[in-house]
Write a protein that binds this ligand. Structure first.
Ligand code: HEC
Ligand code: HEC
Length: 234
């Protein structure tokens, strides 16, 4: 299904509680629960937000609730742009988006998503370089380790830094690439833009290749100690 079709299906589902009102008594009652409404997201984000193997769509399950809520509000307000997401989030209230974020944060990532990617053999040089960059950074270039903020296990850190483990490679490349070009705006100081500017194209591909094959192992942890760079969204 193309992204445009996926979006139309999703919009119909997200709006379906209204349609349910006009149904006759002979039709089984529509269960208007958050779980039902989140079926609108399955085509792109997987069952219960658990992720999909073969597309540039991020997993949502188990991400910090604060982070998910902030991103949905950024799409709604046009600060972050991806047309289907802008369309779906338009006119949703803060309270509804906070409720969705809390539900998604409590779901488990789908481990099968990462396993399905292992059918392809990644470039071994990119895997080695990617792991070194993620775990150690490059201190002489002012590039901190990704794990210093995203967590030793890359499951994300509370209150608002997202997990990177098991995110799709193309999604990771696109996000970091768009911070590098300035297309992706985050609250100032925009630490991810500074980090992206200190990475080459090959660095971004290497880190993304390795990260996409890491199994998420749990929920975000609470950090102790300061971040290596100030981040406005924390
Ligand atoms: C047509 C496919 C599609 C549908 C349907 C869709 N999304 Fe998305 N969503 C995306 C893509 C692609 C991105 C990443 C966009 C970008 O490049 O910034 C995204 C990003 C997000 C993010 C930010 C995640 C992150 O890690 O940065 C959240 C939260 C989100 N979507 C929630 C939802 C919810 C909730 C629904 C259902 C109501 C939904 N999405 C439906 C495609 C979709
Ligand atoms: C100084 C702390 C810090 C470091 C170091 C860091 N990040 Fe981040 N990262 C963040 C913050 C904060 C966000 C959330 C940005 C926002 O709110 O828009 C983020 C978001 C991201 C996202 C978006 C994920 C999603 O689900 O939307 C990606 C991808 C990412 N970082 C990749 C990396 C990579 C790769 C590295 C290492 C090269 C790295 N980060 C190092 C703080 C950091």
């Amino acid at each position: 299904m193309s992204p445009a079709w996926r979006c139309l299906v999703a919009f119909a589902l997200l709006a379906s509680p209204l349609a349910a009102v006009s149904q006759t008594a002979s039709v089984p009652a529509f269960e208007d629960s958050i779980e039902q409404r989140m079926k609108a997201c399955v085509v792109c984000h997987g069952e219960r937000g658990g992720g999909v193997a073969n597309a540039a769509f991020p997993r949502l399950a188990g991400q910090p609730a604060n982070y998910l809520a902030a991103q949905m509000k950024a799409f709604r307000d046009g600060v972050r742009t991806y047309a289907p997401m802008n369309f779906l989030m338009a006119r949703q209230t803060d309270a509804y988006l906070d409720e969705i974020a809390a539900w998604l944060a409590a779901q488990k990532p789908d481990g099968g998503v990462v396993e399905a990617r292992r059918r392809f053999t990644p470039d071994p040089a990119a895997m080695t370089a990617g792991e070194a960059l993620v775990r150690n950074g490059r201190p002489d270039a002012g590039l901190p380790a990704c794990s210093a903020c995203h967590g030793a296990d890359l499951n994300g850190t509370m209150p608002g830094i997202p997990a990177l483990a098991g995110m799709p490679r193309d999604f990771l490349i696109e996000q970091v690439g768009s911070w590098k070009t300035g297309a992706h705006r985050s609250p100032e100081p925009n630490c991810m833009a500074q980090i992206a500017q200190r990475m080459s194209g090959a660095d971004i591909v290497a880190a993304a290749t390795w990260l996409a094959l890491q199994q998420p192992t749990g929920l975000p942890t609470r950090r102790s100690g300061p971040l290596p760079l100030a981040c406005g969204s924390e």
